[in-house]
Design a protein around this ligand. Structure first.
Ligand code: 13P
Length: 241
């Protein structure tokens, strides 16, 4: 069984010196392993600095444009990201959906374009607190998968289940709920798509999602900004049977 430990740095750190330190400390805390693949997703401005530099850590971008090039001020295209030797790109993170009005249609276009440049899209899905309370969690996630991955070869993408209410709140998803959603996602996408869990994952709870809830890996936010915590997560996952 292969596992994945991915760190989404979001809009952190705020200067190059700290970013370089975090990257080198992260690389020191993990190792190249057949069992656990590690990747970090730094802000765009650091991608060129880090991509292809350490064999222990793959690099991904946090977003990409839905077009290859042209008059799209402020955007970075998947072709440009691939040209930097990045391997992955996050698509449809809930912060992009909520704060930057990304629709499932955008998610679908970006995913297809990223695949055309041989990037591996990590397509993020997840329900809000309101959705879950109303009993709509499964329906919302199924709809996001159906629309976001329409006409996509799902064997070539990763899915990340990130319940919005668990992100940055310290309230990680319960194992039973997480297991049920992993089952639903696998039912939709089949056995060949790696599924990650994200949402307040840390060194204490992270490996449990892999061991007990059927996930192939983690997409870590806050805890990936602490290299020692991230290293502990790596060790926990490496130690799984
Ligand atoms: P936290 O781990 O900080 O909750 O963030 C999760 C996330 O959004 C990863 O993409």
């Amino acid at each position: 069984m292969k596992y994945y430990l991915f760190g989404n740095w979001k809009c952190n750190p705020t200067n190059a010196q700290e970013a370089k330190k975090l990257f080198s400390d992260t690389a020191k805390g993990v190792k190249r392993s057949e069992k656990v693949e590690t990747a970090v997703f730094p802000p765009f401005c650091y991608l060129a600095e880090f991509a292809g530099k350490k064999k222990e850590v793959a690099i991904g971008a946090q977003n990409c444009c839905f077009k290859e090039s042209g008059a799209f001020t402020g955007e970075v295209s998947p072709k440009q990201i691939a040209d930097l030797e990045c391997k992955y790109v996050l698509i449809g993170h809930s912060e992009r959906r909520k704060l930057f009005f990304e629709t499932d249609g955008f998610v679908n276009e970006k995913t297809k374009l990223a695949l055309s440049f041989d990037l591996i899209p990590v397509v993020c899905v997840g329900e809000t607190d309101e959705d879950r309370t109303a009993g709509r969690a499964v329906e919302v996630v199924k709809n996001q998968l159906a629309a976001g991955l329409k006409d996509v070869d799902v064997k070539k993408v990763f899915a990340a289940y990130e319940p919005v209410w668990a992100i940055g709140t310290g309230k990680a998803c319960g194992i039973a709920e997480a297991r049920e959603m992993a089952r639903v996602i696998r039912e939709v996408l089949g056995p060949d798509t790696p599924i990650l869990y994200g949402g307040s994952a840390n060194a204490k709870n992270g490996a449990v999602y892999l061991k007990e809830a059927g996930y192939n890996g983690l997409l870590v936010g806050g805890a990936s900004l602490k290299a020692d915590e991230f290293a502990k997560m790596f060790q926990e996952i490496e130690g799984l049977e």
